[in-house]
Ligand binder design. Structure first.
Ligand SMILES: [Zn+2]
Length: 63
């Protein structure tokens, strides 16, 4: 006992640095590392032919 359930800090977009409660795991190609990006940067990344979506990061987790 003793651990308060605290909200995680918002994550920063790896591209533009924007903090948001919801971010997206994407990568631009198979050799690229997974990155956490904001909605706007995800939209940009989608233009890439090799864009891959790796899930959504949410600050608030449901149990
Ligand atoms: Zn961004």
């Amino acid at each position: 006992m003793g651990k308060k359930s605290r909200l995680k800090p918002p994550k920063q977009c790896n591209d533009c640095g924007v903090e948001a409660d919801t971010q997206f795991r994407v990568r631009q190609s198979e050799t690229d590392e997974w990155r956490i990006v904001c909605k706007a940067c995800q939209t940009l990344a989608k233009n890439n032919d090799d864009y891959m979506y790796g899930g959504t990061w949410k600050r608030k987790k449901r149990n």
